[in-house]
Design a binder for this molecule. Structure first.
Ligand SMILES: [Zn+2]
Length: 365
């Protein structure tokens, strides 16, 4: 991997010393059960929703594959990287010559074909440390058509002792030919008790009560790492602001175009802006709009309070569920799903928000 200047912090996915409790079975299946017999698949696709620790798992797996002498963890008899051999040490400082991390370049929105070509050139070189080589591609859906086609040849004719680990939030977005050449592993959300238990431990350093922890896990749709990120950023304030804006369209008759303008302005602020206005991404705006709409859909379908995510807005949402058309809410939900993909392209964000919020207003029966 490229050398990391000493004044830069190494990302935590290189330095982690464990995988998450809900990944135990997958670790057993992929690593413990295969590493000694050298039965690891040559291409692995880790698929699952965002916020469940796929990337941390993938890097830990890469470290384990490259480790010169994996050791047994006495607590659960799983094999794990030793953390002390030369390979583990190089990996922990993000400087392992036999590991390659392919992701979206900072100035781009996709993984371009040039990046895949560079990776392929690297993949045919001999291993520096004499062991395996590992490639991590994330998110795999970010490869454009040419890039994916280019990678396909490598998947069809695997290079000996080189293992490719791909990560996807939605494997259906990948070419079928790519999917079929990988061992796909579906990574699922932990059950709520396990997610809460883990999150409470992480939150113990911050003064936050159990109820708040539960709310965060609900808001993150049960994804523990997404929930944890809410502890460390302004996401809850952003959610409150967006919900307030959306509710004002129905409760105060505010023009949806005005709300779209306001939120577009917020989405264009730089995060280090000194402005008192919250900065947020277009993704945040769609995420919280979507979450609100889905909750009202659930309540319209007579689902109970504990089935919704924005539990702290329960009574307002319940009232709205009686005033809004289920059919139109479902149509709006489809639009928000589409919007997640559209914002990755060069769409006019302001027009997109206008359409969403006008439709939101028109949900009223
Ligand atoms: Zn090691």
């Amino acid at each position: 991997m490229t050398e990391v200047p000493s004044d830069l912090e190494v990302p935590s996915f290189y330095t982690n010393k464990c995988y998450y409790p809900w990944q135990d079975m997958i670790w057993q299946k992929l690593f413990t059960g295969n590493i000694q017999n050298d039965h690891l698949p040559h291409a692995i696709l880790l698929n699952g929703v965002a916020g469940i620790g796929k990337k941390d798992f993938a890097f830990y797996l890469a470290k384990g594959i490259l480790c010169q002498s994996p050791v047994e963890n006495p607590k659960n008899q799983q094999l794990e990287p030793c953390h002390s051999c030369r390979s583990c040490q190089l990996f922990s400082v993000a400087n392992h010559p036999d590991a390659y991390h392919l992701t979206v370049p900072e100035d781009k929105k996709v993984i371009p074909v040039d990046s895949v070509r560079k990776l392929i050139q690297w993949s045919v070189l001999n291993s520096h440390l004499g062991g395996k080589k590992v490639i991590i591609i994330e998110p795999a859906e970010a490869m454009n058509q040419n890039a994916a086609n280019s990678l396909l040849k490598t998947l069809e004719e695997p290079v000996a002792d080189t293992i490719i680990i791909m990560l996807a939030n939605n494997k259906q977005a990948l070419l079928a030919t790519i999917r079929s050449r990988c061992q796909a592993i579906d990574m699922v959300l932990p059950d709520r008790a396990m997610g809460l238990n883990w999150l409470e431990k992480q939150a113990s350093a911050v003064s936050i009560d159990k109820e708040q922890v539960g709310l965060m896990l609900s808001l993150a749709n049960g994804a523990p790492l997404s929930a944890l990120s809410f502890l460390h950023n302004t996401q809850l304030d952003i959610r409150q602001f967006i919900i307030k804006q959306l509710l004002s369209i129905h409760s105060e008759g505010i023009d949806p175009v005005q709300v779209a303008d306001e939120l577009t302005k917020c989405s264009k602020l730089k995060s280090n802006s000194k402005s008192k206005i919250l900065s947020m991404t277009a993704y945040d705006i769609i995420y919280w709009t979507d979450a609100l709409v889905i909750d009202i859909v659930r309540l319209s379908q007579n689902q109970s309070q504990n089935m919704i995510n924005n539990v702290d807005y329960f009574s307002i949402l319940q009232t709205l569920s009686k005033d809004l058309s289920l059919k139109k809410l479902l149509q709006l939900s489809l639009l928000t799903q589409k919007a997640y993909y559209e914002i990755q392209g060069s769409i006019n964000i302001n027009l997109l928000f206008e359409q969403l919020f006008i439709d939101w207003k028109n949900c009223r029966i």
